[in-house]
Design a protein around this ligand. Sequence first.
Ligand code: G6P
Length: 364
Amino acid sequence: TQVEKGGYKHFMAKEIAEQPVVLADALRHYLTTDGLNLPSELDFSNISRLTLVACGTAFYACSVAKYWFESLARLPVEIDVASEFRYREPPLPTDSYAIFVSQSGETADTLAALRYCDEKVAKTIAVVNVPTSSIARESDIALPILAGVEVGVASTKAFTCQLLVLATLALKAARDRGHMSEAELAKHMETLRLLPGLLTRALDLDEALNIVSNDLSEARDVLFLGRGAMYPLALEGALKLKEISYIHAEGYASGELKHGPIALIDSHTPVIVFAPHDALFDKTVSNMQEVMARGGKVLLVSDRKGLDVASEGVWQTVQMPEVPDLFAPILYAVPAQLIAYHTAVAKGTDVDQPRNLAKSVTVE
Ligand code: G6P
């Protein structure tokens, strides 16, 4: 089927804007009135470990999911990029599950990692956008992310839909392992159902982020910071920005700032901080102040509560809707994507088809 841009300048813009709709589709599929709609053979009760493997943006989805599985389900999680995982001969417990996340379902390294795990673990699970793909076919269980065709090389709606499916799996694991009551599960499901509406509100920040991005497009280097599950979001923000705008960008865990990247801070290096007003907010703010004390200019992406207490001296602020802490990474993906998009447009790069990159990497 031919996919059109439908009035948007780029597929990437269209795919970013589609997120509330595709996320709602995925929610309707995975969340029913009686609970989670997942294959009955999935049972995390006696699983000793989870291995999550992917490449690129899908790997950052795995990195967010690690926080969820560990905190909600008390399940130890190992994550790795497929190109490393496949050759390091990792020992795998037979009572473990391995999950492979891939938009295309054809990434050569991820497929090789899946083949390595086959027979060694209790189950291989694929989280894929293309249900007929090799990774979907060769895994024991394939879970569709239901994002629809994604054309832009920089993955956007696939990322948020991958996160949603992984969140659903984490809730299932928490239930199976006795770490979540029926009532708590119902509460989390309610939160997930709020996401399409919240994403729509985050998309309303498009014009504000467009204006900020004009300034960002002048930068030579940009740093992204986050803590907890916002750390992988910082990595994803940096990946998006570098792949389509060609501006050098790095994502760092806020707490690691003092172990290196703080040496790079000057008035020309914008620092983008993803910091919802959560349990770690004060820690992130203190890292942010270290940046400002060294003349760094900070773009703070937070909610009203966060901005009320931490906006002083900040170069730019972006006010996000309030969202329960746990699933904030799904919402904060939107500003990460829009910043990269508008910065690239301001630079005049080929947003949908950035140089040297491919949508699907089927060779090693
Ligand atoms: C390429 C794409 C990325 C994608 C990565 C993994 O690098 O440009 O957008 O995240 O491959 O692809 P997959 O299809 O396995 O998710």
